[in-house]
Design a protein around this ligand. Structure first.
Ligand SMILES: [Zn+2]
Length: 171
C-alpha cells in the first residue's frame, strides 16, 4: 500500500470524539511522543533501518482536549459543498461555480453563511450587483450555516477514507 507522509490521519479525542485531521508525519510524532495511540492502521508500515512502524489512519489522544463545538469553516469550497454544487438560482450543476453575495457587498451584505450562495456564472452575471428582487430572480432556498455534525465536517475525506466512517458517524 502506498502513502505519503502528508496523507491525512483522523485524530480522535480521548472519548473517541473526532477532533481534527493531521498528517501521517504529525500522527507518528504524537504516537512516538506518547501523546496518542494508534486506533486504526490499515495502511501498511513505515520502515526505518531497524524497525517497521504501523502507518496510522486513525489515532486517539491519550488526554482529553476541551474545545468548543466545531463549526464548518466558511469558505468557497464549503459553500459549494453545502449547496450540493448546484446553482441556488437555476438549480443547475455546473463545473464552473461562483460565489454570490445574496445581498451585494456594496449594499452592506455580509460575508456570511446566510448571505452566500453558489451560483453558476450565467446567473451570477445576470444578477450582477443587484439584490435578488431587483434582478427579478429567486433563491431555491434560504441559505443557512451547515450543521456541524462530524459526518459533515469530515465528509470530504470519507470518499478516500471510508474506514473513518464508523468513527465519525453519530458525533
Ligand atoms: Zn444558475
Amino acid at each position: 500500500m502506498t502513502f505519503k507522509l502528508n496523507d491525512p490521519v483522523l485524530v480522535l479525542n480521548a472519548n473517541f470524539e473526532p477532533l481534527n485531521v493531521c498528517t501521517i508525519r504529525r500522527a507518528m510524532g504524537l504516537i512516538v511522543g506518547d501523546k496518542a495511540n494508534l486506533v486504526l492502521n490499515g495502511r501498511g508500515y513505515i520502515h526505518t533501518i531497524t524497525e517497521a512502524y504501523p502507518c496510522p489512519s486513525i489515532i486517539r489522544l491519550q488526554r482529553m482536549i476541551k474545545r468548543p463545538h466545531p463549526k464548518v469553516k466558511l469558505n468557497k469550497q464549503e459553500v459549494f459543498r453545502r449547496d450540493n454544487y448546484t446553482c441556488q438560482y437555476c438549480g443547475q450543476h455546473s463545473d464552473r461555480l461562483t460565489l454570490d453575495h445574496v445581498m451585494p457587498r456594496h449594499l452592506g451584505g455580509a460575508h456570511s453563511w446566510e448571505n452566500l450562495v453558489t451560483a453558476c456564472p450565467a446567473c451570477n452575471h445576470r444578477k450582477g450587483g443587484r439584490t435578488v428582487a431587483q434582478a427579478n430572480m429567486r433563491l431555491l432556498r434560504q441559505p443557512q450555516a451547515p450543521s456541524a455534525s462530524a459526518l459533515y465536517i469530515f465528509g470530504r475525506y470519507l470518499n478516500h477514507h471510508n474506514e473513518w466512517v464508523p468513527y465519525v458517524d453519530g458525533w
